[in-house]
Write a protein that binds this ligand. Structure first.
Ligand code: DGY
Length: 320
């Protein structure tokens, strides 16, 4: 029997490709940049499996070209890059990589909170530029973390890991999630539920961990930013389009909120120009899960899902 054919859209870890090669004929997986759309369209026709990264937009046009495709394994927990409803209609399995990136992403959320609150990138630049003239009482005054109110939007796996760390930093924790946790779970995590607008008015630090879907698109818009405190810090490590970036840049510029930390953007890798010139925002290149251990686990998980799907088993991380 011939082996299944799998297309990998960009450079992948050799360990994960080796595992995949034990089971399938593998095409791609070495190029540094994502497979151009035209090449993806040309190559997908005879493939049984597709291994994607979140930068690959898998829409109807691509799915319609995929005559034999059984499974798309996305190497990410988010899967808003794939038209899952259409895949489902066509009987194509879609998988993601939840769980393995929880701790790394929660760590990065805290790295951003601290970087914004204590103005660490600005202070680093200042020091390198040779501008440090000696200790001064008012040099780089930031915000104290202990005793602040943290507002977590989206209390899933990552939101909960952020909450656990917040206890160590001495914060009071509030959350909003359309699916409220059980009383027992709220007690265990020491979190208090608030409706979205109340949370935005109450919190000193707001972190976003929701998935991107029509109900979360521009969830943080001009109107919601206006509810936040002038001293508020907003952190987005989820998906860029959850925040209206133009409105955020205005709010940061006008001092309507104090600062922001972003790991994700509306039109990655493009970044809203107005943000680039602001000093009260810390910008990272979508590295929430970027530890070697986590990224390798994501890659291995994606490959295992793919192999399961191609062998007729139900993959561990099916999203529909
Ligand atoms: C994801 O997995 O969805 C992150 O954005 C990248 O790790």
């Amino acid at each position: 029997m011939s082996r299944p054919k799998v297309l990998v859209t960009q450079r992948f870890f050799p360990e994960a490709l080796d595992l995949l090669r034990q089971f399938a004929e593998v095409e791609g997986g070495v190029a540094e940049t994502p497979l151009p759309r035209e090449e993806l369209l040309a190559a997908i026709g005879d493939k049984d499996g597709l291994l994607t990264l979140l930068v690959n937009r898998i829409d109807r046009e691509i799915i319609d070209r995929a005559r034999k495709l059984k499974i798309i394994a996305n190497c990410a927990v988010g899967y808003d890059n794939i038209d899952v409803a259409y895949c489902r209609e066509k009987g194509i399995l879609v998988t993601n990589t939840p769980g393995v990136l929880t701790e790394a992403t929660a760590d990065l959320t805290w790295a951003l909170i601290l970087a914004v609150a204590r103005r660490i990138p600005q202070a680093d630049r200042f020091t390198r530029e040779g501008r440090f003239q000696g200790w001064a009482l008012d040099l780089f005054l930031g915000q104290e973390i202990a005793g602040q109110k943290l507002g977590i939007i989206g209390l899933g796996r990552i939101g909960q890991a952020v909450a656990r760390r917040a206890l160590g930093f001495g914060l009071q924790i509030f959350y909003y999630d359309p699916n409220r946790l059980s009383e027992e779970k709220e007690k265990e995590l020491q979190v208090t539920y608030l409706p979205l607008d109340d949370l935005l008015k109450t919190a000193d630090i707001i972190t976003l961990h929701a998935s991107l879907n029509p109900s979360t698109y521009h969830l943080i818009n001009r109107e919601k930013l206006a509810l936040m405190k002038k001293t508020a810090i907003l952190i987005n490590v989820a998906r860029g389009p959850i925040v209206d970036e133009v409105a955020l840049a205005e709010a940061l510029k006008n001092g309507q909120i104090w600062g922001a930390g972003l790991d994700v953007y509306e039109r990655e890798p493009e970044i809203e120009k107005a943000l680039l010139s602001l000093d009260n925002v810390v910008l990272l290149p979508h590295i929430g899960s970027a530890t070697r251990k986590t990224r390798l686990e994501m890659a291995m998980t994606a490959v295992r899902n793919l192999i399961q799907g191609l062998s007729g088993q139900r993959p561990d991380n099916l999203v529909w």
